[in-house]
Design a binder for this molecule. Sequence first.
Ligand code: GLA
Length: 734
Amino acid sequence: MKISPCLLPIKILSFIFLLFASALQAQKNFVIPIETAHNVIALQVGNDQRLATIYFGTKLKDTSEYKLVRRMYRRGDDYSGILNSAYTPAGSRNLVEPAIEVTHANGNTSLDLQYVSHSTEKTDDNVSVVSILLRDPAYALEVSLFYKLYYKEDVVEQWSVIRNKEKGSVTMEKYASANLYLTAENYWLKQFHGDWAKEMRPEESQLTHGIKVLDSKLGTRSHLYQPPTFQVSLDRPATEDEGKVLLGTLAWSGNFKIDLEVDPLNNLRIISGINPFASAYTLKQNQEFETPGFIYTFSDKGTGEASRRLHRWARNYRIADGKGSRMTLLNNWEATYFDFNEPILSALLKDTKKLGVDVFLLDDGWFGNKYPRNNDRAGLGDWQENVQKLPHGIGYLVKEAQNNNVKFGIWVEPEMVNPKSELYEKHPEWVIKQPNREEHLYRNQLVLDLSNPKVQDFVFGILDNLFTKNPDLAFIKWDCNAVIYNAYSSSIEKQSHLYVDYVRGLYKVLDRVRAKYPTKEMMLCSGGGGRVDYGALKYFQEFWLSDNTDPLERIFIQYEYSYFYPAISHCNHVTDWGKQPIKYRTDVAMMGKLGFDIVVSKLEPKDLQFCQQAVKTYDSIKNIVWHGDLFRLADPRQNEFASLMYVNEGQDRAVMFNYLTENRYGNGTLSPVKLKGLNGGKKYSIRELNLYPGTTSRMPGSSTYSGDYLMTVGFNPGVNAARASVILEIAEAK
Ligand code: GLA
């Protein structure tokens, strides 16, 4: 190879650097500081070549001091020397919950992992991946730990790759993505639980010694009971603006397990990954397995900052088209349920235009002929237009939409099947069910076996056919209503691979959909928010938070989701749920991506006028909501009202949403609410938006206020029973 003379010094320098790096790596007892803008995970390779976490949290100015941290602790002996392992192997000297547990080709169940090498690959100025290779000294089994660092956002995505170089198959009994190790006086876990229409109910408690497990074994709709998102505060429960806090979530749309173990020395071990439940996974010789990403951020300034970091990361790097735009919509689900036909839909398309939104979304019920989808008991799996309801097919409706100057979208639930369907009759072997047991249905349906490549082709084909036949189809709502009962695949080699290969199969299909249709807007839905995670959100622009659209309930649901997912990904629809007036319902739905699921033709004239105006108002503020920073000002669980605001990057425009959440005598904003995120030195004017026709704002005066005043004294949005929801625009006065 010829080296140009001007490149010579660079080559020599990099050679010297490599020499230096390998000398460093040959050394024992050195620190690998894995740093983002404010945080660090300091790992140490010990004399015994084992990789341990010696510090986690706010980074120090002098990296040479990380190795001094542990000498300040006198917490006792852990009897194994590897309690702080960066990836705890089972079966050798470990005494606590492992991150990885394997059975070797020869049946031996012990594993030890020692440091071999590490390297950093820089993608650009902000993103880099640190990888650390570990190997068992007695067996040809390797693990690489990966830390993808988003420097500015302070977000880490961590995963592992397990490589079998043994002569024969290795079975992985547990294969976590990450194994963190945190040190504090005590630990507070905020977890979430839920059900249909009851998503994201928070519970916060102090972790006691032993293991607290957050997990799911539901297979598909795996977050129905419990999502893979959680918050851990160190020393005391973090508040919005104070405290050390970690927000974590596993990017996996299937069974997950998060172990939170306060160990005997009072440190917190967090092990997060695919749930090993019924999922022992075999690696043949030379095969490797990549675990899903565990995503986390840490802040020593409370949950507000931590969540803004996650939002920025999600918009910049994870959710589909996170920096882009979204379409407002009219959905027909609650307006018609299964009961519609072409004339009804044609009228709804006109209403879509009348309302002023971008797209009409045709929901469930448009397919199935031998077994028409007239209720949820039949037809699922038979993706041909029902000729009775849609004699001219989807194509006609797409054109009809164009004639009305709106776009057309459609609902699918491609992973599922009703036993009463042609698909089930033709391909019973494609269905997940035990061969020798009674079927057990969830919402009258069963789950298709996405571990089977033929099923993957079928599911991809549903989407591909729709788009090929209707290139102008603009929007997809992808639903997933059933959980997996009687887990059994008639095609898979090893039953214990099913839960994992189902999700991998789903991702393969979604990869194909996105390769061919990269920009189509897709909403992730799962009987509400039964499946919301950053594994799936890579493919979807947005998600349906809950079928519960009662605005009062929704404020609480949206509030909790907002810790993990940015507003641009929240689909909020105005429906007839709840007793609040249309203004309240619309104001709540505006705090994300606005949609409607109401009968427009039945709206009172003033309500219609309000909605039309609201869509225009929304258009004027949506960029702040979608791309701005979120500041939570008043938590409805601690106040009789909720206040949140979004501030744009230039700090010259902000929107503040205020809702009365407990309508008792005299309740409301009795004191000013302190604003956040503004520029103290700027002057702002404040005006009320989205007023109901015929009402006037009762805002105090029209003077301008400094950012300093608004953030120190605050502003009273004047929320009370008569003004139960108030939206304010805060704009720099020039
Ligand atoms: C699920 C969704 C709803 C609707 C119905 C249709 O419940 O969450 O929004 O699409 O399915 O059957």
